[in-house]
Design a protein. Sequence first.
Length: 354
Amino acid sequence: MLSIYNNKRVFVTGHTGFKGSWLLKMLNYLGAEVTGFALEPKTTPSLFSAIQGDKCCYSVIGDIRDTQHLHKTIIDFQPDFVFHLAAQPIVRTSYQIPAETFDVNAIGTANVLDGIRLLEKPCVAVLITTDKVYQNNETGQAYKEEDRLGGFDPYSASKACAELVIDSYRKSFFNPEHYSKHEKSIASTRAGNVIGGGDWAADRLVPDIVRALSENKTIQIRNPQAVRPWQHVLEPLNGYLILGAFMAQNPTMYADAYNFGPLQKDTLTVKEMAEMALHIWGNGKIEFPNMENQPHEAGLLSLDISKAAEKLKWQPKWTAKQALEATLEWYKKYYNQKEIIAITHSQIINYLED
């Protein structure tokens, strides 16, 4: 099914980020012609640099809030597919720059959709939000796509706003009932906590663990009892690509919202993931310091993925343990100065052929 991307024009926002770089490498493997639009990588080191991402695409450095630059790039490229990943993606950062977070995540999404409106050709657009878009009552329920949207922190709320923006554009400008007039198919996707090699963002569990292990430091873990739906980054990215392929084949049937998360048995606590990481790595120490006056973060969150399973025939391939093993293998090879492009390519092939 993913062969549909061979020789197709694919526009990716956020291609210099962690998820965007993995998607770039997947699309490169699938034979797509890719134009990326994003800010410079925000971390040093960065996955984009490690995999020589600028050789996998035509890379445009820009801000999705710069509508003139964004729209010109979209129009000039004339994409068959759009994958919108550009975002301010960190919960704790959203407390420091709340207005900017809303601007990037909600208005930035509207800017991308406006760019798609300017295209006078068929186009499939998959816009990525987060599992945190739901009004989380922390009762243990697995959230379905039709459940109420919300968000305590600015990041979660901004992504819930993005979902409302997407739904409004889908109804107002890209209504499936009038597909013959606009020829656009629009979907949103909600994925959980992803892990994988090459993530060096601050305030994320696995990057924090790897930094400590590589420097022989004790790992400091906050919110050890917080429960998250852990999955390897390749899992939702594969889901996005499968969804895009279905949308290209039947533009009106699949223009909707979809959850991509792990099986329920892989919804683990932060403490369980950290301890598993030490076991796989082979050494290290963990501390659970008393963290007072910390910004609110959800304690319990899980997704119902039955819709993706039924409509898209998508299922997670790797357990949390397998995901963590692949992730730590990547980091070990990176810090041992092994050929990182090869290991990235190998993990994509192993995953897709699993």
